[in-house]
Every structure is written in structure tokens, then in C-alpha cells.
Design a protein around this ligand. Structure first.
Ligand code: EPU
Length: 423
């Protein structure tokens, strides 16, 4: 069997203007939400990553008719003939986001059966918030072998207080509530921009949703929802990754579509490192001119609007070469510092204390054979490879392909030497 890997070589400073794709973390919940409708929906600005291709398979397995045009970035999804509400382990184990079909299927059909997502047991993390909220809405949840069935004669509105502002739980509860008559309130809801993009879609369908600061969402259930056409928001995480690619190589980049208004804390940290940033009108568009003497900065990942956990790994790659000591505290996920070991193989000086990494900036990184442990780590290792002396080979490419649509091509267009190869 051939091994796929990314070969990354030390590159000149990355320079140029790049277009962004649609947001990975907006498209999956939005695709799931289309199950609330019966008819022809259209999505544009779709990022065709492997996760999206898997989500297409999932929807087709339920009876949706899907027409995908990868070159035009469009998806037409006809939900008129949904015949199944069951999702097997082949799909569930590959993509946790598939859990997001629970809310829509429960709301529309009163029943859903899903294989448990990898390693998860009923009632325990990481979908306990989703299940607790569904149970509060009158859903009966049972574990049968490796399946979880959820059914309700009639769901009722409720007040869900999330102990943590979970993105997925907020999305799943909202999608269940939009077709549940009465007022459902979510307190301590997640307000990530991708959640807001889903709210926009649900409103286009005819849902009644109101948001109240600091973190409450109120949904007034309706009886039917209409198919929609929607342009997926641009990916703030891809934008951040590309800014860091220019920053780490000492280059210059312009991202005209970057949703800068929703990237404040991250952008402030880039400025604190010494990089020069300029912004477009109305919160859209960012340009970065890299400093040649980046300074160490520290941050803690937080729910939005804090520093996004999805940019923690790529930012750490850049901090490996910043002068001074940076502290990075990962508070959102328990086990999201696996890239540290791989960066150490490249010569990074990093110490770990629980969820905190202390990075002592070095002058140089060195090419090495590394393994991507997750989606965002794959990006971090590619960025490090662009400045490392010599060649870096990265395996674990399925993570990169799950989360990014065309990242390597964009880096190449900016002058980066990173390509997908087989041996
Ligand atoms: N959690 C629970 N119980 C739950 C749900 C979550 O304990 O029922 C915990 C999680 O274990 C985690 C924390 O709450 O420690 C936050 O999880 P959250 O539910 O907010 O994350 P998610 O919905 O599973 C989405 C993104 C992630 C992103 C996080 C945080 C999608 C498809 N995924 O995950 O994206 O990191 O929100 O912003 O939207 C990625 O893009 O690489 C990625 C992992």
C-alpha cells in the first residue's frame, strides 16, 4: 500500500493575495440543518474537504439527492425524499460532526439512530450536553449495542443551561428547537461566527431565533421550514493559517475576504509579535507584512471571542521562532497539544506542564519526518516545514484533507514549497 505524505521544503518568504474558501466549521452544521426542510436547497462557497464529501455520503445515505460541483464550489441538496434516520459506524466513527444530524432528524421525524462516535459512551463526554438537552426536550434516549436511539412522540420547549458554551451542542439544540412549538432558551450558548452563520441559514428557512447578550439564544418553534440558498461564510481559521504562513516565512499576504471583525484576539496577538497588519473596510480583509524579528507572545484558548483553539497549533509553530518565552494554555480540549512532540522533532524548544506549553524561541528549525496527529496540527507542521532547514515529510495527511480544501495549492501560489506525494 502506498504511503501518502506532504513534502515541505524551506521556502522563500510567502508573498501574494489569496482567496479564501468557505468555513469548514460552518458547512457541516449547515449541511445537517438542510434535513429540517423538504425540497431543493443550494449552498455556494462550499469548501470541498474530505469532511464535506463524507457529509454528502451521510445525507445521501438518508435519502437526500445531492449534486456537487467542486469547481464551482456548489452543492444542491434535495431533501424531499428522506427515507432513513439511521447513521452507521462507518460514517459516525470518521467524523464527529455527523452527530449534528440528530437535532434536525429528531425535529422533523421524531426519531434518529446513530452509531456512537468514536470512543464515546452514553451520557459521558463528549456529547453529554447534546443528549441532556434532548432528554429535557422530552426525547427518550437509549443505547443499544454500538447504537444510540433517540425518539420523541412530541418534543417540548425547554430552558437549556449549558455548563460550557459548546459549539456542537448549541447547534444541535437550536436545530431541534426550530421545529418544536414554544420557546426554547439556550443559556451560556456558543457564539462562534460559524454558529451565527447557521442561525442565518435557519432564519432564511423561516425559523424564529433571537440572540441576547452575553450568551442567550431564544428559539420560537414553527411548524415548517422552507428550503434555502446560502453562501457559506469565509473561513476565519484558514485565514489565520495563511496569515501565519506569511508571518513565519517573513513574507507579505493580503486576504481580501478575511472576516477580520471576528478574528480580533488572534490578530492582536500577531500585532503583539511585531507583525504589521492593515484592514479592509467594514471588518473584511486583512493584509500582513511580517516582522523580521518576531517576539514571543502568550495566550490561552477560549470560546469565541477568545483566542480560537483551532489556531493554537499553527500559532505555536510561529512562536517556535519568536524571540523570548511564550506560554500557550489550551483550555478548550483536553488533548490538543500533540503537535508539541512533532515540533520538538524539528528542533523546537517546548516544555509541557499539563495543558500549558512553554515555548523558548530558537533561531532555526530543522526538517524532520513528522506525523500529523489532528487537523490543525497538520497545518502547524506544514508551516514549520516552510522555514525549517532542509526537507520535512509529514504523514497523517488524512487530517489535512479532512479539514482544509486546497491549503497546499494556496501555499504554492504564494511561493511555498509543499506538495502531496505518494511513495
Ligand atoms: N464537550 C463536552 N460535552 C459535550 C460537548 C462538548 O464535554 O456534549 C466539551 C468538549 O469535549 C470540548 C469542549 O466541550 O472540551 C468544547 O467542545 P465543542 O462542543 O465546543 O466543540 P465541537 O462542537 O465538538 C467545534 C469545531 C471544532 C472546534 C470547536 C471549538 C466543528 C465541526 N468542530 O467542535 O473544530 O475546535 O468547535 O471551537 O464545528 C477543527 O476545526 O479542527 C475542530 C476540531
Amino acid at each position: 500500500m502506498s504511503t501518502e505524505y506532504v513534502l515541505i521544503e524551506q521556502s522563500s518568504p510567502l508573498k501574494g493575495t489569496v482567496s479564501l474558501t468557505g468555513a469548514k466549521n460552518a458547512v457541516s452544521p449547515i449541511m445537517a440543518s438542510l434535513l429540517l426542510t423538504s425540497g431543493k436547497n443550494k449552498l455556494t462557497n462550499v469548501p470541498f474537504s474530505d469532511d464535506v464529501r463524507l457529509m454528502i455520503k451521510l445525507l445521501e445515505s438518508l435519502g437526500a439527492e445531492v449534486k456537487a460541483d467542486e469547481s464551482l464550489h456548489t452543492l444542491e441538496i434535495d431533501t424531499s425524499h428522506i427515507k432513513s434516520q439511521s447513521i452507521g459506524p462507518d460514517i459516525m466513527k470518521k467524523m464527529r460532526a455527523s452527530i449534528l444530524v440528530m437535532g434536525p432528524l429528531l425535529a422533523r421525524f421524531g426519531f434518529v439512530e446513530v452509531a456512537l462516535p468514536g470512543g464515546c459512551v452514553l451520557g459521558a463526554r463528549p456529547i453529554d450536553y447534546h443528549l441532556k438537552a434532548f432528554a429535557k426536550m422530552g426525547v427518550k434516549i437509549e443505547a443499544k449495542g454500538e447504537y444510540l436511539t433517540a425518539s420523541a412522540q412530541k418534543m417540548h420547549p425547554t430552558h437549556c443551561v449549558l455548563e460550557y458554551p459548546s459549539v456542537g451542542a448549541t447547534e444541535n439544540i437550536m436545530m431541534a428547537a426550530v421545529l418544536t412549538p414554544g420557546t426554547t432558551r439556550i443559556t451560556n450558548a456558543a457564539f462562534e461566527p460559524e454558529v451565527l452563520d447557521l442561525i442565518e441559514v435557519l432564519k432564511k428557512m423561516g425559523a424564529h431565533i433571537a440572540t441576547f447578550p452575553p450568551a442567550t439564544i431564544e428559539i420560537e418553534g414553527v411548524t415548517t421550514l422552507q428550503p434555502v440558498e446560502h453562501h457559506i461564510m469565509y473561513d476565519r481559521l484558514e485565514a489565520g493559517s495563511l496569515l501565519l504562513a506569511a508571518a513565519i516565512t517573513g513574507g507579505e499576504i493580503h486576504l481580501p475576504e478575511a472576516p477580520a471583525a471576528s478574528m480580533d484576539v488572534f490578530l492582536a496577538k500577531l500585532e503583539e509579535m511585531g507583525h504589521q497588519l492593515s484592514y479592509g473596510d467594514k471588518g473584511t480583509g486583512v493584509a500582513l507584512k511580517a516582522t523580521d524579528s518576531p517576539k514571543a507572545v502568550s495566550f490561552r484558548t477560549m470560546p469565541y471571542p477568545g483566542f480560537p483553539t483551532d489556531l493554537q497549533a499553527p500559532m505555536m509553530a510561529a512562536l517556535c521562532l519568536a524571540s523570548g518565552k511564550s506560554f500557550v494554555d489550551e483550555t478548550v480540549f483536553e488533548n490538543r497539544l500533540m503537535h508539541v512532540r512533532e515540533l520538538q522533532k524539528m528542533g523546537a524548544q517546548i516544555e509541557m506542564h499539563g495543558h500549558t506549553a512553554t515555548i523558548m524561541g530558537v533561531d532555526k528549525l530543522f526538517g524532520a519526518a513528522v506525523i500529523a496527529p489532528d487537523i490543525r496540527a497538520s497545518c502547524a507542521l506544514i508551516l514549520a516545514g516552510l522555514v525549517a532547514e532542509g526537507q520535512t515529510t509529514m504523514t497523517g495527511t488524512h487530517h489535512l484533507k479532512r479539514g482544509y480544501a486546497g491549503l497546499l495549492e494556496k501555499l504554492q501560489a504564494l511561493g511555498g514549497k509543499a506538495q502531496l506525494l505518494h511513495e
